[in-house]
Design a protein around this ligand. Structure first.
Ligand code: 5GP
Ligand code: ZN
Length: 113
């Protein structure tokens, strides 16, 4: 499969890594939309987006949220707060069809619909 985030998770395309474990990879977004903006992805292409979430994906998504909480703490985002976003499909502007969670923080983010 020709998937950008599969290649990033495999180290075939370079990225600014923040964290990795057996199942999850976290790295800075190449086009930051906030003072701190990173992405957390499952290493395996388990879903294109949250539209494919089902019982079999629950464990990895739960683990991703634990990793997000840990990294947000480590990067100093916890106190001021931060936003977690997953774009799902065309109307949301999803450009990479490998499920990923944006984590944005480091300053006021403005309101969101
Ligand atoms: P989406 O719009 O699909 O929710 O988010 C995709 C994100 O991936 C965008 O914020 C975009 O800046 C980021 N991105 C796209 N290509 C690359 C890349 O090659 N490296 C990194 N680090 N981020 C990328
Ligand atoms: Zn992929």
């Amino acid at each position: 499969m020709d998937c950008l985030f599969c290649k990033i998770a495999a180290g075939e395309i370079p990225s600014k890594k923040i964290y990795e474990d057996e199942t999850v990879y976290a790295f800075y977004d190449i086009q930051p939309a906030a003072p701190v903006h990173f992405l957390v992805i499952p290493k395996a292409h388990v879903m294109d987006s949250c539209a494919q979430a089902d019982e079999s994906g629950a464990q990895i998504v739960g683990h991703i949220f634990q990793v997000i909480a840990q990294l947000a703490r480590q990067l100093g985002l916890e106190e001021g707060g931060y936003r977690v976003v997953t774009n799902c499909g065309e109307n949301a502007g999803q450009t990479v069809r490998h499920i990923h969670f944006h984590v944005l923080g480091g300053g006021p983010l403005g309101t969101m619909a």
